[in-house]
Design a binder for this molecule. Structure first.
Ligand code: UDP
Ligand code: MG
Length: 323
């Protein structure tokens, strides 16, 4: 098989009811390009038969190249593996649940042909999401935008096209706790956005429960901002400032015979408040130290049980083996 011009990377975690439709829609869209393409479907430890469905598709169609993980490693690492195995000159990351309509890929490709190296998709509307998801997502994007140094465009997910040059750079960034949409902005290159309507899930329920969302948000913040660490410094200065102002005030009150601020309650509140602030600051430190420790261990980012038959060139993949 000739090397494909386009690679579509789709992370899959228990999406069996969606896989046939995903394949059909992607094939329909990619055939319109008239160029060779591949679907790098990364099975992130599915337990619902998705793995067998992918194996069957691969047996029927050489364009389908499944990468099967030894267990669930999470969405961001599944996408990372997809980028490692993708061989195309342009690589599109797409959610498998068809919330990102594959038809938008054609528009991305035409922007890529105009010379853009990163084409991200901006959600102008989102269908079929709970108000909670919409509110937390909106808060998250605005927070990330404010506290990080890279200007990550708002309301963009991982649905994007990356030129092979960008993919090559991303492959060399082996950080464990990753926020790919931030990393793909951080690298620079010529970037642009296309607008799209985010559809409802084709079938099944979200694979991002609140626990995973919180972990994702803290990975995003810790990998692109030191603000939480600096917060302890700011709070320290504020409470030291307050106590310095309070000392002459209390002396003056005592001298004038005021009985305000007597008793244990005041002391107790002050001690508990400061204790709370200190514990939170320690916890924030812990978040960063834990991540440092993970990086220091240098374990592989993900473990592949089954590789596609048709392997990517050795030079590209040797990274994973050595890192
Ligand atoms: N996903 C994955 N591993 C996980 C969780 C999710 O590969 O641990 C995949 C999932 O199959 C889907 C994509 O990541 O293709 C986005 O997940 P989902 O649609 O559940 O997230 P949401 O759109 O609700 O934020
Ligand atoms: Mg989804």
């Amino acid at each position: 098989m000739t090397t494909p011009t386009f690679s579509i990377v789709a992370p899959i975690f228990n999406e069996a009811p969606i896989i046939p439709e995903l394949y059909r829609r992607i094939r329909a869209v990619m055939e319109q390009t008239g160029e060779p393409w591949e679907l790098v479907a990364v099975d992130d430890g599915s337990t619902d038969g998705s793995t067998d469905l992918l194996r069957q598709l691969a047996a029927q169609d050489a364009c389908v190249r499944p990468v099967i993980f030894a267990r669930n490693f999470g969405h961001q690492l599944a996408v990372t593996a997809g980028l490692d195995y993708a061989r195309g000159q342009a690589v599109v990351i797409i959610d498998a649940d068809l919330q990102d309509p594959p038809e938008v890929i054609l528009e991305m490709i035409s922007r890529w042909r105009e010379g853009y190296e990163v084409v991200y998709a901006v959600r102008s509307e989102r269908e079929g999401e709970s108000w909670f998801k919409l509110a937390t997502a909106s808060l998250f994007y605005r927070l990330i935008y404010r506290i990080t140094d890279v200007n990550i465009p708002m309301d963009t997910g991982d649905f994007r096209l990356l030129d092979a040059k960008v993919v090559k750079v991303l492959r060399s960034m082996r950080e464990r706790h990753r926020f790919l949409r931030g990393m793909s902005v951080w690298v620079g290159f010529k970037q642009t956005g296309v607008k799209y309507r985010r559809a409802a899930r084709f079938a099944g329920a979200t694979k991002y429960p609140l626990r995973k969302m919180l972990k994702f948000a803290s990975d995003a913040i810790t990998s692109f901002s030191y603000l939480p660490l600096q917060l302890a410094t700011y709070l320290g200065f504020i409470s030291a400032g307050v106590s310095i102002l309070a000392i002459p005030l209390v002396i003056a009150m005592r001298l004038t015979g005021s009985m305000a601020f007597t008793g244990q309650a005041t002391t107790l509140i002050a001690v508990l408040f400061l204790g709370g602030v200190q514990l939170i600051s320690l916890g924030i430190l812990g978040e960063y130290i834990g991540r440092l420790y993970d990086e220091a261990k240098g374990r592989p980012l993900y473990i592949v049980r089954e590789e596609p038959d048709d392997l990517a060139p050795k030079t590209e993949r040797s990274l994973e083996k050595t890192v």
